[in-house]
Ligand binder design. Structure first.
Ligand code: MV4
Length: 447
């Protein structure tokens, strides 16, 4: 096992990785920007290296700085956390070229899944159902029209280098396709430096359901069930739960079977997530994330598996050492993302934490780097805490979540806690009846 791991991230996820390392007897190196010098993960780390100024471009995305920090601290391995460089195949490559172990999937798998057309092509080859669409990028309007005619309107234009919904455009008919194709290409070029777009049949009211997977690259693959991530706004997830209230055991078996079979055939090594849209009883693969995800804790709660620990063990060359039957999934878990934002208009709310009291008790987990006196910097993602609750049933989980939200005190900044309190009282939410558009309608209806 590694002696020392450099954590190339910040905030709650850097703390999450630090915790797994310490429990395994591994020393940690925190790298941080000048804005994060007094962050909780930096205070707890065995060693710290300042890697640059507040804007991430100069620090958390600064590859030479991070590699220099790993060299001077004699780290054995680098964990990228999530966001920033976690899905940068070039970074994974240079980490290994410099003699450090990359705690993540192979650069080839990162690259493959980063290209959404190649990812879909691979999914088809592995027998995973995908949304009907153009088999490759469309070059021009003639190609787009031909593809759209074949899949049927309405269609969605997506960036080949995209993901997370940026640069998507809906076209209901031929005329609209002509108008939005150049817009989609221009947006793709601006956002991803690649103007290639592809076409898919538009699903109008799907749920977003993803499968958490672990592979050891030597034949061992398990899933930790699915997560329903349909409650989102502007492609930002707000609340996730597992199991999905929309799936019966047969549908779950089908979904996880598809995902595990595909991962085995890929020879995938590390933690990963396959994302699906689910509508009218059918699953459609959309993307695969080759990294740890924000919402990973709910899968840990129902499985008892420490996903970050497994990433570290797998990167160190250890086999999984257990099979699917050794990982029973029990109970229900929900994560509320607590952002430093106004709970009505979602404007960022950085600033000093004047009061802090986290909830506790049976079945309550808080992943957060907040503390009283901490100053939430304005430069980064507004996620400041994840409230993760477990219950034997969904009803028990909801009752515990209501109680935990009631206890949580974060003073000095605005947070999305009041939004979660309103959301969990809604009858549709309580019944588990929601799709990817539901939350935006709920918010519009509140105004
Ligand atoms: C879709 C879709 C409907 N039809 N593809 C958005 C993010 C990206 N991962 C894929 N996305 C979508 N792809 C087809 N063919 C609707 C979405 C979508 C969405 C998906 C998951 C979670 C939230 C979403 C919000 C809006 C649109």
């Amino acid at each position: 096992m590694f002696e020392k791991v450099l954590i190339a991230n910040r905030g709650e996820i850097a703390l999450r990785v630090h915790r797994a390392c310490r429990e395994m007897g591994i020393k940690t190196v925190a790298v941080h920007s000048t804005a994060d010098a007094s962050a909780m993960n930096v205070r707890l780390a065995d060693e710290t290296v300042c890697i640059g100024p507040p804007p991430a471009q100069g620090s958390y995305l600064n590859i030479p700085s991070i590699l220099s920090a790993a060299t001077i601290s004699h780290a054995d391995a680098i964990h990228p956390g999530l966001g920033f460089l976690a899905e940068n195949a070039e970074f994974a490559t240079v980490v290994e070229e410099h003699g450090f172990t990359w705690i993540g999937p192979s650069p080839e798998h990162i690259r493959l899944m980063g290209d959404k057309v190649r990812a879909k092509e691979t999914a088809l080859r592995l027998g995973i159902p995908t949304v009907p669409g153009s088999p490759e990028a469309v070059r021009d309007i003639a190609g787009a029209e031909e593809a759209a005619r074949q899949v049927g309107y309405p269609v969605l234009l997506k960036a080949v280098a995209g993901g997370g919904g940026r640069g998507m455009k809906l076209a209901r008919d031929l005329a609209e396709l002509g108008r939005v194709l150049p817009l989609a290409q221009a947006e793709a070029k601006a956002a991803f430096a690649n103007d290639a777009v592809y076409i898919e049949r538009y699903l109008d009211r799907p749920r977003h359901i993803e499968v958490q997977l672990l592979g050891d690259g030597r034949g061992g693959v398990v899933h930790l069930g699915e997560r329903d991530c349909s409650l989102q706004r502007s492609h930002q997830k707000i609340l996730e739960e597992t199991p999905s209230p929309a799936l019966d055991p047969a549908a779950r078996e089908r979904l996880t079977g598809i995902a595990v079979g595909a991962l085995e055939r890929l020879g995938y090594k590390s933690a990963g997530t396959m994302e699906f849209l689910y509508q009218d009883g059918e699953f459609y693969f959309i993307e695969m994330n080759t990294r740890l995800q924000v919402e990973h804790p709910i899968s840990e709660m129902i499985s008892g598996v420490d996903i970050v620990r497994e990433q570290l063990r797998i990167a160190a060359g250890e086999p999984l050492g257990y099979a699917q039957g050794d990982v029973p999934l029990r109970g229900h878990s929900i994560e509320c993302r607590i952002n430093a934002e106004n709970p009505e208009d979602f404007r960022p709310s950085p600033g000093r934490i004047t009061d802090y009291h986290a909830p506790g008790g049976l079945g309550v987990r808080v992943d957060s780097a907040l503390y009283q006196g901490y100053e939430v910097p304005p430069f980064y993602d507004s996620l400041v805490a994840k409230l993760v609750v477990y219950g034997a049933s969904r009803d028990e989980c909801l009752a515990r979540l209501r109680r935990a939200l009631e206890e949580y005190v974060i003073g000095g900044i605005e947070t999305t806690i009041p939004l979660h309190q309103r959301l969990i009282e809604n009858p549709d939410f309580r019944a588990g009846v929601y799709d990817i558009h539901w939350l935006e309608r709920f918010l519009a209806g509140e105004r």
